[in-house]
Every structure is written in structure tokens, then in C-alpha cells.
Write a protein that binds this ligand. Structure first.
Ligand SMILES: Nc1nc2c(ncn2[C@@H]2O[C@H](COP(=O)(O)OP(=O)(O)OP(=O)(O)O)[C@@H](O)[C@H]2O)c(=O)[nH]1
Ligand SMILES: [Mg+2]
Length: 460
């Protein structure tokens, strides 16, 4: 199946593997047939060609007689390395000058600068892991919340791929049976029971649906939940943003219409990253700039995953609150209605509202009840589900392939129902297999590969 091996990679590549900039140490990585030989030419210390795999050696990197740095060199002999090629990691002092000098020296001695993602691409091509796992490496590096980290780690360890592969294998079995029938058209035999095939497709569709719907959560986990704080001027939106972030990020004042443009920042709640967006207060206004702000608020609300609708318990009327809830319902985006300024609330209003479902009372100014609000936000994105499901789709490419697979499987089903000929049935099954295979990389094209790996940084 792995036709990738045909692509031979004779070059030895080099790149900085740690983040660019000044640091205590920096790691320069070399991978390829000549990795150890090239490093040996510039390293003075032990003869690296005679070193065992997985050993570390102290010495100096020299350009002729000129010492560039004292370094530690780690040796990984093929195939026991990340790329399954010979790999050398040079840990040097983290100065930009040293890094540049060492890399140039390696290039002079026959290495070539690695392209973005080339180390990971080689690891994939050499069968270290499948494509979904390779992509997870990038996600893992970029993950900055616990949930994103867990999802990436799970995918990297093959959780997601395993499920796809199992489904694919069952389908391959049927495909071959049906293709076998094609050889016996005269005899009119049925190797693959149509009933069993239908059951399998149903099972597959269910699993695919599950993966497809996990994408919503996966996306949330990976990219954070855009959460718009909206409401009338002076409701306390900016105060709430500041209270949540614990920082004086937005200007607060008792003048209605203080916030004109939106202000946003991320906050990790329960392992999920929320992106809070403070907006201009919603009202009719003749002020040109404020009106533009209001327009932006409305646009932001439509793109949000969640809306916190804030109103002022000290001034708002019951009729107005109900009207606003109505408007929110028409928007069709999950929202939570939050009464602010609990410390100064009108008692009658509080009494009238307290039994409404999904209603919270806080004081942003006094930082009261903010924990309840955070719990509510987590509940709304069903954060629990990520703890129970280990298979979450976070990658838009996978999501697309799953949608295509679903379409193709539905074609198979309607093909069976309409008793189409076997060659059509076989074609639709092959089509489903194709799209499933795209996810794990059993099916790849050069375009797809370069597209995926070019999104990595150099050195990964
Ligand atoms: N008593 C009380 N006052 C509050 C509370 N939260 C905010 N305020 C006050 O309400 C006023 C408006 O607060 P902001 O946070 O600027 O309101 P906003 O919704 O951002 O207003 P705009 O940006 O104009 O739309 C300020 O004077 C705040 O100090 C609260 O919990 N209790
Ligand atoms: Mg404001």
C-alpha cells in the first residue's frame, strides 16, 4: 500500500529545531544518510561515525581551526529516529550568531536547508506514522490549552487513525467481494449479501456521523470559542471583560457608548480556550463612529459561537429584557442572558426574572458570581463530551474527507436500494474508500502532501 517509498530522499537536511531567537540553548537538527558524516566533519571530540545510536557527545564545532561553539551532539542511527533516517541533534548555545554559523557550516559540508515540515514529512514517508498523526504533530506544537493538547496527543498516538482504518478494512472486504462478483456475471452469484452490506454501511455512516459532529467540538478545542459580550451601552460589558481577564484591558466609564471598536482576548476556562470579545453597546445612535461600532457588534454576534447578553439590573425594564431575549432567539446562536450590577439591582425586576431558565445574575464590578458564569459557559459548549470521547476531529481537511465519505456511502445505499449493477456499486464503494484513505494518507497525492507540510515551520 505504501507506495511512498518510491520517493527517495538522498539529501541530508538541516534546520534549527528550537524557536528562533536568543535562548540558553538551541538545537540544530540534521537528518539524512549523511547526517552523521557531515556533523563529524565539523565536530571535534569523539569520532561520531563510531558512536552508538542514542548517545550524547561533548565537543566543539569548528570551521577549520576556528572554534564556533562547545556543543553536545546526540546521535540517532537509522531507523531508530524520528525520521527513521540518521539524525544528529546539535545542542549549542542559543545565540543567533552561533546558530547561523553552525547551519552555514553544515550546508558547506553537504547538507541542505530543510523545507517547512520536511522532517515530519520524511517521518511520514518512511512510515513512522500516518498522515493524520503527522498533522497532529503540528497541532500538538500549536496547542495552548489542555483540551487542544489532549485532542492532538490522542490523534498523534493514532486514536483517530485506528478508528478510520478499521472502518476502511471492513469496507475493503465488501469491495473485493463485489468486484469478485463482477467476474462471475454469467453465473449470477452473490458473494456479498446485500443485506450485510447495507448493515455495514449503516454502521459506517453512524461512525462517520459521530466523527463529523465531533468536529464542532474539535474546532472549539483547537481554535477557542469566540464568545461575544453584547448588550446595551453601560450594561457593564467592558467591566465584565476586565473582570474575566483580571486585567484592565478595556476602558470602563459611566458614559454610554464608551466602547466603539471591539476588544478581545483569550482566557482558559476548564481547559478550553475562550476568546472573549467586548463590543460597542447596542443602541440607535446618531454618532457616526458609534454607529459603525454597533454595526460591527451585530456582525460579530452573527459569527460568534456563544453570546453573553448583558443587561443592567439597576436600570432595565422587564419588557425590554423579554424583547431582547426574543431578538437573541431569532439569531439562532447559543446565548446566555446575564443580569449585571446585582449589587444595585431593582428588587422588583430581580423578583420577576429569577425563575426564568438560563438566566444568571452577576456583579462584574464587584466580581460576584463570575464562577457561575464560567461554569455556564463550559456547560453550553458541552465541554464534558471531550473528556468522554477520545476521538475528536479537529482538522478541517479530515472533516472535508468525512463529508465526502458520507456522500459516497449514501450513494452506495441508494445504489443497493435501486438495484444498480455491480460495477456501479463497486465504483461507489471505491469512492468511499478513497475519501476515507485520504485522512490517514493511504491515498495521497504530491499536491496534498506539499499542501499539508508547507504549513509547518522550518525545523519541524
Ligand atoms: N454598581 C455596579 N456598577 C457597575 C457594575 N459593572 C459595571 N458597572 C459600572 O457601569 C458603568 C458602565 O460600565 P462599562 O463596563 O463601561 O459598560 P459597557 O457595557 O462596556 O458600556 P459601553 O462600552 O458604553 O457600551 C461603569 O460606570 C461601571 O463602573 C456592577 O457590577 N455594579
Ligand atoms: Mg464598553
Amino acid at each position: 500500500m505504501k507506495s511512498h517509498h518510491l520517493i527517495s530522499n538522498e539529501d541530508t537536511i538541516a534546520a534549527l529545531a528550537t524557536a528562533p531567537g536568543v535562548g540558553a540553548i538551541a538545537v540544530i537538527r540534521l537528518s539524512g544518510k549523511e547526517a552523521i558524516t557531515i556533523c563529524n566533519k565539523v565536530f571535534k571530540g569523539k569520532d561520531l561515525e563510531k558512536a552508538d545510536s542514542h548517545t550524547i557527545h561533548f565537543g566543539t564545532i569548528r570551521d577549520g581551526d576556528r572554534i564556533i561553539d562547545e556543543v553536545l551532539v546526540s546521535i540517532f542511527v537509522a531507523p531508530r529516529s524520528f525520521t527513521k533516517e540518521n539524525v544528529v541533534e546539535i545542542s549549542c548555545h542559543g545565540s543567533n550568531y552561533i546558530i547561523k554559523e553552525i547551519i552555514q557550516l553544515l550546508l558547506k559540508h553537504g547538507a541542505r536547508l530543510a523545507r517547512p515540515g520536511e522532517f515530519t514529512k520524511r517521518a511520514f514517508l518512511n512510515g513512522q506514522f500516518d498522515l493524520a498523526q503527522a498533522e497532529a504533530v503540528a497541532d500538538l506544537i500549536n496547542a495552548d490549552s489542555e483540551a487542544a493538547h489532549n485532542a492532538a496527543l490522542n490523534q498523534m498516538r493514532g486514536g483517530f487513525s485506528e478508528e478510520i482504518r478499521k472502518l476502511r478494512e471492513e469496507l475493503i472486504h465488501f469491495a473485493s467481494m463485489i468486484e469478485l462478483e463482477l467476474d462471475f456475471v454469467e453465473e449470477d452469484v452473490e458473494f456479498a449479501s446485500r443485506e450485510d452490506l447495507k448493515n455495514l454501511i449503516d454502521k459506517l455512516l453512524k461512525a462517520i456521523e459521530g466523527l463529523i459532529s465531533s468536529f464542532h467540538l474539535g474546532n472549539v478545542i483547537k481554535n477557542g470559542v469566540p464568545t461575544v459580550i453584547a448588550g446595551k451601552p453601560n450594561a457593564g460589558k467592558s467591566t465584565l471583560l476586565n473582570a474575566l481577564l483580571n486585567e484592565e484591558k478595556a476602558i470602563v466609564s459611566d458614559i454610554p457608548g464608551t466602547t466603539r471598536d471591539f476588544i478581545e482576548d483569550e482566557l482558559n476556562i476548564g481547559g478550553i480556550s475562550f476568546r472573549f470579545i467586548d463590543t460597542a453597546g447596542l443602541r440607535e445612535t446618531t454618532d457616526k463612529i458609534e454607529a459603525m461600532g454597533v454595526e460591527r457588534t451585530q456582525a460579530k454576534m452573527k459569527q460568534a459561537s456563544l453570546i453573553i447578553y448583558l443587561f443592567d439590573l439597576s436600570t432595565e425594564t422587564l419588557t425590554e429584557v423579554h424583547r431582547d431575549i426574543n431578538k437573541l432567539e431569532n439569531l439562532g446562536i447559543p446565548f446566555v442572558v446575564v443580569g449585571n450590577k446585582l449589587d444595585n439591582a431593582q428588587p422588583e425586576l430581580l423578583q420577576a426574572l429569577k425563575d426564568l431558565p438560563n438566566m444568571l445574575f452577576i456583579s462584574a464590578g464587584k466580581k460576584e458570581n463570575l464562577e457561575a458564569l464560567k461554569d455556564k459557559l463550559l456547560e453550553m459548549i458541552e465541554a464534558d463530551t471531550f473528556k468522554n470521547t477520545n476521538t475528536i476531529v479537529t482538522n478541517v481537511r479530515h472533516y472535508d474527507s468525512l463529508l465526502q465519505t458520507r456522500n459516497a456511502l449514501q450513494d452506495v445505499l441508494s445504489g443497493i436500494d435501486n438495484e444498480v449493477t455491480n460495477d456501479f456499486l463497486a465504483l461507489d464503494i471505491r469512492n468511499s474508500l478513497y475519501h476515507l484513505g485520504e485522512i490517514t494518507g493511504e491515498i495521497t497525492t504530491d499536491d496534498l502532501l506539499s499542501n499539508i507540510f508547507s504549513k509547518f515551520c522550518i525545523g519541524k
